[in-house]
Design a protein around this ligand. Structure first.
Ligand code: PGA
Length: 254
């Protein structure tokens, strides 16, 4: 696991975008696993800038998002489909049929999960998976009570996850109770994983995930078992992790 501390959110976003862009430049047909939420917003902005500057093309890239809410249409403003449209897809040259998200409005959710997993396989697996980390330690929507072995599946959201997503809906009542998420196994099969963490509210859970025991009670801790993980944290999120593993022991967190 390689842990890098960025000075602030802006630097983190820039470094994350550069890692994604380098992946695409090295392999234009890359399969990317993408995340939503607040953390990657800056990364998407930077990627759009890199694209507009002619430095990176998404033409041959295939993407698979980690998750989507169940029971809302892909056109709902709170859906991750719309998030991805507004933050990335509408601003780059990606071939939209190659940009995949689970369909949370599918009539048969189990089948949708199986088909999503099969599409990832058919695309050759994920080269680079971008992840955020939930305050409860989740990755994708794999909540703390889950198991490590799941592939893409339907999950019930924790109250912490519903609260964190309430901003996308007009009333707390409207926040979906379920989601389709790539499973821990799906995520662990990615060849490279880029985990982003920003802000002090993630400091404790990041330390648990990186330095605590590997346990389904902290789903992100499973990443300790992956051979190719890059962790990018800003100083606020890195406040609790020991500096020994970061190669940045000299940073003064004052
Ligand atoms: P956030 O979500 O980036 O909005 O904090 C991260 C996550 O829940 O994975």
């Amino acid at each position: 696991m390689q842990v890098t501390i960025a000075e602030n959110y802006q630097a983190l976003s820039k470094q994350a975008a550069e890692i994604v862009a380098a992946q695409i430049i090295n392999k234009p047909t890359s399969v990317l696993g993408l995340a939503t939420g607040v953390t990657p917003l800056g990364m998407y902005e930077e990627l759009v800038s890199l694209h507009k500057a002619g430095l990176v093309s998404f033409k041959e890239v295939t993407t698979f998002n980690l998750d989507e809410f169940v029971g809302i249409s892909p056109l709902h403003p709170g859906s991750y489909h719309q998030y991805m449209r507004h933050r990335l897809f509408d601003h780059v040259d990606i071939n939209i049929p190659q940009a995949h998200l689970p369909n949370g409005a599918a009539p048969n959710l189990k089948q949708e999960c199986r088909e999503y997993e099969a599409k990832i396989r058919k695309a050759g697996g994920i080269d680079l998976q971008v992840l955020g980390i939930g305050r409860n330690g989740h990755i994708g929507f794999n909540e703390p009570h889950g198991k490590f072995e799941a592939f893409t599946n339907v999950v019930t959201l924790d109250s912490a996850s519903r609260e964190a997503n309430a901003r996308f809906f007009s009333t707390p009542h409207e926040v979906p109770r379920q989601a389709i998420t790539m499973g821990i196994r799906t995520i662990m099969q990615a060849r490279t994983i880029l985990l982003l963490a920003s802000g002090f509210e993630k400091a404790q859970v990041l330390a648990k995930a990186l330095e605590g025991p590997v346990t389904p009670a902290v789903p992100a801790s499973v990443l300790q078992l992956h051979s190719n993980v890059v962790v990018l944290a800003d100083e606020a999120a890195a406040q609790i992790i020991s500096k020994i593993n970061t190669g940045q022991a000299a940073i003064d967190f004052g």
